[in-house]
Design a protein. Structure first.
Length: 347
């Protein structure tokens, strides 16, 4: 299942085209919309004030409620743009943002309004694509779930099972421990009041992938496939599978996952490997944590360069921006994981 995202943050619409969607899938558009509603802006003081309905419209690939096997095109219209906020920084790239790299890549022809195609706004069609992927995966008994694992050093409870993540999906602030979630919210609001931003991390798990998928070599390595999808999400700067960086603190006797037989099948007693050995699934849940950088668009005075003159300058960023994108990024990471899981399964 291949996808291509189109549109810009302040253009008339954004959307996605999905190729390879199996024919005959009874597409639940209400479920797709629920996923988009989890991500949409303007719902909480910890998020951007931009208000979009994020209503999805299917343009092709579905007939009489079922997918046809033809390319599936979905559209989401933009309605609450404040493009004038970006005129002042058209030629002064924001530190930490894709502005400068995009300016060079496009030879100065990029749409600078709201970050254009580099904007987090483009994660909305990614979520729509992931919602379709989730429905295809469900037919194979595969489920995807995630939660905020940390924000600015405040950590959530540890993930125990798939059922816990199903409950998280219904929460406006997707954490396992609501008390920790409130601490996180206060940290975000404090940064917002100081015209700054904070980052964090999201833990995600894919349940139900059978053992034996993938390969150790380039292009078919399961961790490599997931990483490619995850790093395509704006602001993701790190991906750790299983114990991740904690492996550097372990001995082999601690890091290894002992095998056992449970209900007639081979499993491991722990899952430090994150469900992958040698680039191949081992039948345990594929687990990983992604690191999300702080939102680069902050209102504090910052140093930049005027790309017209080559002179150093200072910028003050106006507009509406998330003081922390981690809460809204949870369904985005799930979507990327679902699309990656489809590739691993050959859907």
């Amino acid at each position: 299942m291949r996808h291509m995202i189109f549109g810009e943050s302040h253009g008339p619409a954004i959307g996605v085209v999905l190729e390879g969607v199996p024919a005959g899938l009874e597409l639940d558009l209400e479920a797709v919309q629920r996923e988009l509603d989890r991500r949409k802006p303007g719902q909480d003081p910890t998020a951007t004030a931009r208000r979009e309905s994020d209503t999805v419209q299917v343009l092709s690939g579905v007939f009489e409620g079922k997918t046809t096997g033809a390319p599936l095109a979905m559209l989401i219209r933009n309605s609450d743009q404040h493009s004038q906020d970006y005129e002042a920084i058209r030629y002064t790239p924001r530190p930490g943002h894709g502005d400068y790299a995009g300016f060079i890549k496009s030879q100065g022809c990029q749409d600078y309004r709201g970050g254009g195609h580099f904007s987090g706004r483009l994660t909305a069609p990614l979520v729509a694509a992931g919602a379709v992927a989730k429905q295809a995966l469900a037919l194979r008994g595969v489920r995807v779930g995630a939660h905020i694992s940390s924000i600015y050093g405040i950590t959530d409870a540890s993930l125990e099972d798939a059922g816990a993540l199903e409950a998280v999906a219904a929460k406006p602030f997707p954490v396992l421990d609501d008390a920790k979630g409130e601490e996180m919210r206060q940290a975000i609001l404090e940064a917002k009041n100081e015209q700054d931003s904070v980052g964090g991390a999201i833990e995600c798990a894919v349940f139900g992938l059978p053992a034996g998928l993938g390969a150790p070599d380039f292009g078919r390595n399961v961790e490599g496939i997931f990483a490619q999808y995850l790093f395509a999400v704006p602001a993701v700067k790190g991906v750790d599978f299983g114990a991740g960086v904690a492996f550097s603190l372990m001995r082999g006797s601690e890091a290894n996952d002992p095998f056992e037989v449970k209900d007639g099948r081979v499993v491991t007693k722990t899952n430090h490997a994150g469900g992958v050995n040698g680039g191949i699934t081992n039948g345990m849940p594929v687990t990983f944590e992604v690191t999300i950088r702080p939102t680069p668009s902050i209102a504090l005075l910052q140093e930049s360069v005027d790309l017209r003159t080559g002179e150093e300058t200072e910028i003050e960023i106006k507009g509406r921006h998330d003081p922390c994108i981690v809460p809204r990024a949870v369904p985005v990471i799930e979507a990327a994981a679902a699309l990656a899981a489809c590739e691993v399964l050959g859907i």
